[in-house]
Design a protein around this ligand. Structure first.
Ligand SMILES: [Zn+2]
Length: 398
């Protein structure tokens, strides 16, 4: 079944417009994928989410794992394959994705490593040797310690859990390497990822779900090309570009990877979503990308506008009666909620008022990013993507 249709290609870049059809609706690509870690977006009702132009939501297998395996509602799921755990959890009939759970499991090793604060630092400390503590990677999968208990996650179990969660798009289980892993380790890891990819394809039986393979290869050109060629040759429904690269290396990784993936299938860049990176990804041929930026930054009071972002918690906004951004069509700005009001709510000691502030901030940021990508789609449709990119980035970095 061909679930993805390319409707237009940009003449000057690899950017393209497409329509991805899922059992829970269509997604116009390129599209931002909003993150709902625990199968919901905290502080927002289903009706709120609908008003933010959100097309698709990705949830984390790792965080939903136990809940999903225990949930009674899953028994009745067999009768109606489309009323899935995630749809029930979100309370919304919307296309969904789940990751494989691997990211969090492999991250456990790094979070505990001395001096590693971020998995993908912009400037990694090359003197800091990577030692994998708390996890043991084998050909079968990964053994890890969580809350003092020994646990295991591998390709077969990941597909099984993702089947139960019932997202429209699921990802193959792959090994996350660290930016500073050496060539030998990354090469060995790539072989494991390829072995696991084949197991995921074998175990994937839910025909309502699309299964995306993930290409890896760290920052090494030959491994990236090898990975893209191999994963690209397998009968996946789409492809995720995963892994280990710093900000500067992203363009290289995409340039090495994308030409070796089948043109007619969708491509998802995992964990990328800053404004400049969105343009870089789309012009490199990426159709989907997910990132916590719109939601996480809203929670910290950082609100986005066309001319940059503002930290609404600052005292500077105490008397500011303007809305967040003039001309913004989000539910918060349309309701004329002022900057000072949002600040006051976010800083309130009363949980109900604080939640209202969070809700206003979230709806604005999610709408902002979804609308930006909608404008990008329009610019591709009208053959003015390059000009739109330049104008947007110039205004944003003023
Ligand atoms: Zn707004």
């Amino acid at each position: 079944m061909n679930n993805f249709k390319i409707i237009k290609k940009d003449k000057h870049t690899r950017a393209r417009l497409g329509i991805l059809t899922t059992p829970h609706g269509t997604v116009r690509t390129p599209s931002y994928v909003m993150v709902g870690t625990y199968g919901r977006i905290r502080y927002l009702s289903p009706a709120d989410i609908k008003k933010t132009k959100t097309q698709i939501i990705i949830c984390n297998t790792y965080h939903l794992w136990e809940k999903a395996l225990k949930a009674k509602s899953l028994k009745s799921k067999a009768k109606n394959k489309l009323n899935t755990f995630l749809i029930k959890s979100l309370g919304l009939n919307i296309p969904t994705m789940t990751d494989s759970g691997g990211f969090q499991v492999f991250s456990l090793a790094f979070w505990h490593a001395k001096g590693v604060k971020k998995i993908f630092p912009d400037k990694p400390d090359k003197a800091n040797k990577i030692q994998r503590k708390n996890i043991k990677v084998t050909e079968k999968g990964v053994y890890f310690l969580l809350d003092g208990r020994k646990r295991f996650l591998g390709p077969e179990l990941s597909v099984k859990i993702q089947d139960k969660l019932g997202a429209d798009i699921i990802f193959a289980f792959d090994e996350l390497t660290y930016l500073l892993d050496n060539y030998t380790y990354t090469k060995k890891s790539l072989e494991r990822t390829h072995h696991w990819a084949k197991i995921c394809l074998q175990k994937h039986k839910n025909k309502h779900q699309m299964l995306f393979g993930i290409t890896q290869g760290g920052p090494f050109k030959d491994l990236r090309i090898k990975g893209a060629k191999f994963i690209g040759s397998l009968p996946f429904d789409g492809f995720g570009i995963g892994g280990s690269f710093g900000k500067e290396e992203m363009i290289d990784v995409l340039r090495w990877t994308i030409p070796h993936l089948p043109e007619e299938k969708p491509r998802h860049l995992l964990g990328v979503g800053k404004i400049e990176d969105i343009f870089r990804a789309i012009e490199s041929g990426v159709d989907l990308f997910d990132c916590v930026i719109p939601t996480r930054e809203a929670r910290h009071g950082r609100l986005y506008t066309k001319t940059g972002h503002m930290d609404i918690r600052r005292g500077y906004y105490t008397e500011d009666k303007k809305i967040i951004e003039r001309g913004c069509g989000c539910p918060t700005c349309k309701k004329k909620v002022s900057r000072s009001k949002i600040r006051e709510l976010l800083k309130s000691d009363e949980p109900v008022r604080q939640a209202q502030g969070q809700r206003y901030a979230l709806m604005h940021n999610m709408w902002f990013f979804n609308n930006l990508v909608e404008e990008i789609r329009n610019s591709i449709a009208q053959g003015r993507f390059g000009a739109f990119k330049n104008k947007t980035l110039t205004n944003f970095n003023k």
